[in-house]
Ligand binder design. Structure first.
Ligand code: GLU
Length: 282
């Protein structure tokens, strides 16, 4: 199997040490395996993603010596296409419209943020028919119905990261308790859940290995369920440990103090960055 991996930042802030770790690790693993390393901008959150961060991320990666193969894939250009693909689940009666508040839905659609727990939906709108959908309603996956469709499927994924190595089988009861009826999109507003777009793209781009932070480990079961519902392959996952600050807190985009740009301005070299995050210098 050809080794294909990607770095998939959301351009909502500057590249900081935590992202640099993710990008360098994925890049080095691809190069060591003689494989491909792709760059994908997960820019579906049109309010928070900015072209200047997109440009800065590219500049910082180049400075770090991280070159990517092929053109950059930008998800914002594909939102209508993701929504069209979602119709396959509507045909299987696995979606329902939801009119819960706009901010709840926005929060549910974006990539996770430090300190924000995954909200399991209590099911307020479950049971509503697609015919009752109003403009601006979100579409939720009826997880119970989806798991019934997948009752004979082997819901498995292989994990090679340090914290949970091995093969993981998705337990339906646990998926209900921990994931619930996730929001997949909000039609008419051109918004789609990051984990749906990412699952489509990993399959379309032939990604064999998803290398990303441990904060996304809990999202993997929902992506595996979606892969089975859409007939997509499941890649191997590698969730790496997170780079934390001196207080043990995960670095976030707002931690501009740890921005690569700032280290560059202070005269650090790419080798210094690798040393700081504990990655070997080639
Ligand atoms: N776009 C996500 C983030 O910025 C990463 C998603 C992934 O690597 O699967 O955290």
């Amino acid at each position: 199997m050809a080794f294909v991996t990607r770095f998939a930042p959301s351009p909502t802030g500057p590249l900081h040490l935590g992202h640099a770790y993710s990008a360098i690790l994925a890049h080095d693993m691809a190069r060591a395996a003689g494989g491909r390393f792709l760059l994908r901008m997960e820019d579906t959150d049109l309010d928070r993603c900015k072209p200047e961060y997109d440009a800065l991320i590219q500049e910082d990666l180049r400075w770090l010596g991280i070159g990517w193969d092929g053109p950059i894939h930008r998800q914002a250009t594909q939102i209508a296409h993701y929504n069209t693909r979602l119709e396959a689940l509507e045909d299987k009666d696995l979606l329902y419209p939801c009119s819960c508040t706009r901010s709840d839905i926005r929060a549910a659609l974006s990539a996770p943020q430090e300190g924000v727990a995954f909200n399991v939906y209590p099911g307020t709108c479950r049971g509503r028919s697609m015919a009752s959908r109003l403009p601006g309603d979100a579409l939720r996956l009826d997880l119970d119905a989806a798991l019934k469709v997948l009752v004979t499927a082997d819901l498995l994924f292989d994990e090679t990261g340090p914290a949970h190595p091995g093969t993981h089988r998705i337990n339906p009861a646990e998926a209900q308790a921990r994931i619930g009826d996730v929001v997949l999109s909000r039609k008419g507003e051109d918004i789609v859940a990051y984990f749906l777009a990412s699952a489509f793209d990993d399959a379309d781009q032939g990604v064999s290995h998803v290398i990303r932070g441990a904060d996304l480990f809990d999202f993997t079961p929902i992506q595996v369920i979606l892969q089975h519902l859409f007939g997509l392959p499941t890649p191997v996952y590698h969730h790496h440990h997170l780079i934390r600050d001196d207080q043990g807190k995960r670095l976030a985009k707002r931690d501009d103090a740890r921005a690569i740009q700032k280290y560059r301005a202070e005269g650090a070299t790419p080798a210094d960055i690798r040393r700081m995050i504990g990655l070997p210098i080639p």
